[in-house]
Write a protein of this length. Structure first.
Length: 64
């Protein structure tokens, strides 16, 4: 029996996330710095120190 394919979780870069929200990326970075989150979302910090935002919760935020 073949194994079902499991796709890796999707993430947005800060720039992609900002573009979807139609705001500047620095607005997201500032909110994260001041509050520890941006509108309730917390990013994942990669080994290269970049931040990525989980696509599922980000898309839910966009839908309202």
């Amino acid at each position: 029996m073949p194994k079902p394919e499991v796709s890796p979780p999707k993430f947005y870069s800060t720039e992609e996330f900002a573009e979807k929200l139609r705001i500047k990326a620095n607005t997201i970075r500032r909110g994260l710095c001041v509050n520890g989150h941006y509108m309730g979302l917390r990013p994942v910090k990669l080994a290269n120190r970049r931040l990525v935002w989980p696509a599922g919760p980000a898309d839910q935020l966009l839908r309202g």
